[in-house]
Design a protein around this ligand. Sequence first.
Ligand code: FES
Length: 214
Amino acid sequence: MSKSPSMTAPVVGNTSGGSFTPAAPGAEMPQRRKLLLAATSAVGAAGAAAAAAPFLASWFPSERAKAAGAPVDVDVSAIEPGMLLRAEWRGQPVWVVRRTPEMLATLDAVKPKLADPESKAPQQPDYAANATRSIKPEMLVLLGICTHLGCSPTDRLAPAEGWAGGFYCPCHGSVFDLAGRVFAGMPAPTNLVVPPYKYLNDTRLRIGDDSKGA
Ligand code: FES
């Protein structure tokens, strides 16, 4: 281990006879200093090893940690139009909704009532920063976690009482449309999060991984 120039040097000098006499520059290193330096080096090496242990451990995550953060594959072929499928990724709820043409038609109509209708806040990957907040217009993928205080909203996909449908958070009343965009004036400050995802084929989604070529 190289020593830092700012490290405090051990006292060098002659303490015999009760009085301290500084050593002359260039004087031979006393035995006491050699011992102190040896002890300091040993402690320093041990300290560095101890400090490095957790750091190295963090470079090599456990199998359990890797599994907890691993992508999740979802077969979307069984999702009927207008239905929602629930999955879990990194311990968080993920919703996959197959939107009908009627549901998609509501997205434009509600825009004047939304806080961020164009999804300008970075709540989605770039490929979902569009009018439907999705790769394929009919298939919506969202984290089911309210952006206010983290409750999980309930889905209200059918239109009711003047509302075209979407998601409702009962904790403090935030309302989201069928693209997970929050209505203006709600406690939730931003749209629901679109996680990273990609299609492996026509029926299989991979959530948590949007790398190319896999
Ligand atoms: S946590 Fe959803 S509105 Fe407060």
